[in-house]
Design a protein around this ligand. Structure first.
Ligand code: NDP
Length: 436
């Protein structure tokens, strides 16, 4: 806290992990002797740069660019790139820290990193987005590579942006390698990668529900966000018989009393991915739905499940209390750190099912890892094969959470389970590799 006073999200993420691993850590005096905690909390390296680009009016714009290479002890650095006006170093440090443990949980050989820019694609033309992505990569390309650091998408970075960045990397290096994941299918992207985070979160949710003998079928689900994670969360919820009731963007949310069915979800996908419109247009198209500007969906009643899939700190204590009071039985995080520490305490005190993002949303990076394997082998696996592997990985992560997180009264503390399981693998690898 003294070293990084201006990075509240980073302090929040670290403060949430450390108390949960304390007991396991204390069983290993050699960890303390190696000052493992400080070495694990402080990123290996931070790259920070200016991005200059020319907008459609011919004006020269500048943005900040970052890559936080947090830890590569179990594999090449790996983690998404975020383009959003709110991006700053503290947010990327929190995300890179979380990514290290998440990647450890996936069973795949990937270290942790995160990067991005305070550039907002919102309201920019396709050409502006392309020029920005190219300018961003002219600096970043020196620091990434298939065996070094493999970025992917995140908020504001989808297939379009990944494609532009990949094109520039290839031009600069004269190499066609799997140095980015989330690529288009035609040039090395994995099937199921766009779906992976949302699908994976719903697979994880189903594993949690199973521990209480509950099915997703027929349950009403609150979803936030309307981007990549939210869309495929809604798709898998629908496939498994659940009923998505809400979706949102940074301006507000929609609630559909009849549920968001396949046709309505197709409308949202077209609206967000092709037209790049706002969620409020859903209520214009489907007048029985309501649009609530400036608010989040957590206060709606009659729903059993909440899947926050937009951004960090979107469920605070008040919202958590409302969810519990309204009978929500499970909260599974599609986004990274969407619940504040106070909100998590509310869920855990009420002993409802609650899964942190580093476990529940690890499906995205898992399929990114599978994309890396396919690229290395110059192979392309079928959608079914990738989906089966994703399903297996999510079950495996769930098992590990149960193993390390089950408390004396039988309540599964998924936060503790995920943190301890993720930490132990990284800690052992760090010990084995010496002080470097
Ligand atoms: P997208 O950019 O595709 O979608 C983000 C959605 O969240 C949009 O609807 C956006 O609305 C909304 N949003 C963004 N910032 C805010 C904000 N400050 N307040 C309210 N709403 C906001 O991103 P993704 O779906 O990829 O990512 C969503 C979350 O999932 C993030 O936390 C990300 O880190 C996490 N995640 C993503 C993975 C992936 O594979 N993509 C993997 C693991 C985690 P608007 O359009 O108005 O900005």
């Amino acid at each position: 806290k003294q070293r990084f006073p201006n990075e509240p999200e980073y302090i929040q993420a670290v403060s949430q992990v450390l108390p949960t691993i304390e007991e396991e850590y204390n069983k290993h005096p050699e960890f303390e002797a190696a000052n493992l905690i400080e070495r694990l909390c402080i990123p290996d390296r931070i790259i920070q740069f200016r991005v200059s680009w020319v907008d459609d009016k011919g004006k020269v714009q500048t943005n900040m660019g970052y890559r936080v290479q947090h830890n590569n002890v179990i594999g090449p650095y790996k983690g998404g790139i975020r383009f959003h006006a709110s991006v700053n170093l503290g947010i990327l440090k929190f995300l890179a820290f979380e990514q290290t443990f998440k990647n450890s949980l996936t069973t795949l050989p990937m270290g942790g990193a995160k990067g991005g820019s305070d550039f907002s694609p919102r309201g920019k033309s396709a050409n502006e987005v392309m020029r920005f992505c190219q300018a961003f990569m002219t600096e970043l390309y020196r620091h990434v590579g298939a065996d070094e650091d493999v970025p992917a998408g995140d908020i504001g970075v989808g297939g379009r942006e990944v494609g532009y960045m990949f094109g520039m990397y290839k031009k600069l290096t004269h190499q066609f390698t799997g140095m980015l994941t989330g690529k288009g299918r035609e040039f090395g992207g994995s099937l199921i990668r766009p779906e992976a985070t949302g699908y994976g979160n719903v697979y994880f949710l189903c594993e949690m529900l199973k521990t209480r003998g509950i099915e997703l079928k027929g349950k009403k689900v609150l979803i936030s966000g309307a981007g990549n994670v939210a869309q495929y969360t809604a798709e898998k919820v629908l496939q498994l018989g659940g009923i998505p009731m809400t979706m949102s963007d940074s301006d507000g949310y929609i609630y559909d009393p009849d549920g968001i069915d396949r046709e309505k979800l197709d409308f949202i996908m077209e609206l967000k991915n092709i037209q790049r419109g706002r969620i409020k247009e859903y209520a214009d198209e489907y007048p029985t739905a309501k649009y609530v500007p400036g608010k989040k969906p957590w206060f709606e009643t009659g729903c059993e499940i909440a899947l926050p899939s937009a951004t960090q700190n979107e469920i605070n204590e008040e919202a958590a209390k409302a969810l519990v009071a309204n009978g929500v039985i499970a909260v599974s995080e599609g986004a990274n750190m969407p619940c504040t520490p106070d909100a998590i305490k509310v869920f855990q005190d009420a002993q409802i099912l609650y899964a942190p993002g580093k476990a529940a949303n690890a499906g995205g990076v898992s399929v990114s890892g599978l994309e890396m394997s396919q690229n290395s082998g110059r192979l392309s696996w079928s959608a079914e094969e990738v989906d089966n592997k994703l399903h297996w990985i999510m079950e495996n992560i769930h098992e590990n959470c149960v193993k390390y997180g089950t408390e004396e009264n039988g309540y599964i503390n998924y936060v503790k389970g995920a943190n301890v399981a993720g930490f132990m693998k990284v800690a052992k690898a760090m010990m084995a590799q010496g002080i470097v």
